[in-house]
Ligand binder design. Sequence first.
Ligand code: IVH
Length: 678
Amino acid sequence: MSKTIPDDVIQRAAKLREQIAYHNYRYYALDDPEIPDVEYDRLFRGLQELEQDYPQLVTHDSPTQRVGAEPLKGFAEVRHAIPMLSLGNVFSEEALADFDRRVREGLGVEEVVYCVEPKLDGLAISIRYEDGLLVRAATRGDGTTGEDVTQNVRTIEAVPLKLYGDAYPAVLEVRGEVYMPRAGFEALNARQREKGEKTFANPRNAAAGSLRQLDPRITATRPLTIYCYGVGVVEGTELPDHHYAILQQLKEWGLRVCPEIRVVRGMQGCHHYYMEIEDKRDTLPYDIDGVVYKVNSLAQQRELGFVSRAPRWATAHKFPAQEEMTILENVEWQVGRTGALTPVARLLPVHVAGVMVSNATLHNPDEIVRKGVRIGDTVIVRRAGDVIPEVVSVVASKRPPDTQPVETPTHCPVCGADVLQDEGEAVPRCTGGLFCSAQRKNGIKHFASRKAMDIDGLGDKLVEQLVDAELIKDVADLFALTREQIAGLERMGEKSADNLVAALKQSKSTTLERFLYALGIREVGESTARTLANYFGTLDKVEEASEEQLIEVEDVGPIVAHHIHTFFRQPHNREVIDKLIAAGVHWPDVEVVQAAEQPLAGQTFVLTGTLEAMPRDEAKAKLQALGAKVSGSVSKKTSAVVAGEAAGSKLTKAEQLGVEVWDEKRLLALLNEYGVGD
Ligand code: IVH
């Protein structure tokens, strides 16, 4: 006898199905999910639980009975001879223990050997090879029927069009994850932004959007790659009888397999692996959202079999989500050193990956418009690694009726001066200059920072206290501070006052490049400051240079030249500089080597991988001392890429572009030739 279903349960199930169907559509068909994965999982589990309690609720079209959405129009359908399954999830150590117990009991063994893998955050693909040739590639679709994306997959360089060697099976369907490495994703978004086109919220959306292009020429420009993690149909050859061994075999056929995959014993081994990968997560060059545990023995896998949508012999262990949903309560504007106004989202506090987040950046007004953010909206916040949390998108379906637009202020929230946004500039600015205490504070913080004057112990809070107490107005006032004045501040004792006085004294002896950088001239970063110092040699010459002369300097364009020139034409700035010098700030003149006289002038190097003889920073400084530029990315203009141990994508790029590749020996020989080798 089945129990009758209460009305409210019927309604809840219907509502959940409607929501799941809507979000499936956003996620699968549009590649534009509206809610974080955790939220979707919650809805899905909610429905599963209802259906477990009332099995009569299960209908043929329930989302729990069908993974994914219908194929998009435009791609042919492909039926998978062996279905592409999904994975069950565990979210805790206890749930992992339950999984392991079920497996052990199912097999009647004491301990199970698992193959453990990162759970890659891309999209699943099945690629069919006949007689070693790639004949078809299909997405997972609903698990039974996917979309034919052969043309697109053929454009992914990591996918061999022909299997390596000659011992491959007559038919091999290999399964894996197509994904976009983080660096490629950042570069793609930067390109999209430049072209004024749509950017992607995360690497997975970018990979999905790229693979679903109807025009393979577009896909070809997208930095997609693949890791293989399984097989479907195999005919004509016996494969090894353990999962891990099969993956090794795939590698031998030229297919890419993730290097983090291991074999471990029991749930202890699984748990260790989980922690190890979680630790490594931020340093991996691609996004993962958990790990996958698979029973390694195929005989045992067969014995365990499947439940409706997933194997009993595998499960995913998800990391805490990096994206969460919360309410945008307000937007405040922060004023930077150069007056730039940055919108900061004040959020209803929410835990994201273990940290309470109540503020997130909204970048600039254009981004607010692009994302359509309004105050009162439900938004998705993302926190990954060390980066500042950001508002990723709005959950449009949760918008209440009374949201307010975010308006760029017309007056500085700190000093009240006019706010102006120059044409072609992404950021609005406060025009208050040094009259604005926010600009002053940030200018002083910058001056004291490690790469500038490096004043030990002069942290942000202290700068704010000093300015608020009106003990300093500009950076030169720092050097007139007495230990009594400092010791009188809250949270400062005599000892810390002494330390700060000593640090200030020590910082007076500096270098021209640090000093130029410390001044905080717009667009003059460390590297421009260094170039200016080396080119002009003395502060006087930089101060007196005309815009035309400044443009002569490598890497200084008309805009930067204009900023530098204008800076030194402000009487106030000249006064502060004079005061600094009068206070004893000094540096040795720089021996000017005319660019053309430097042996490596005009050459650009890229350093990659680990160098044995010296840290990369040191090699970089030495190359720069000889007049070379050292860049972080490889282009056709690169003179040579120096590849150390474990060099990665930059080496590949150099090979693709036909750029010369040097080993470390050759670099050392060059440095020795000019006497800077050691
Ligand atoms: S195995 C029978 N291994 O996760 C098991 N899947 O939730 C089939 N995924 O559709 C999948 N990394 O897109 C497997 N190392 C990995 C994976 C992985 C990511 C994805 C894949 C699959 C989904 C299942």
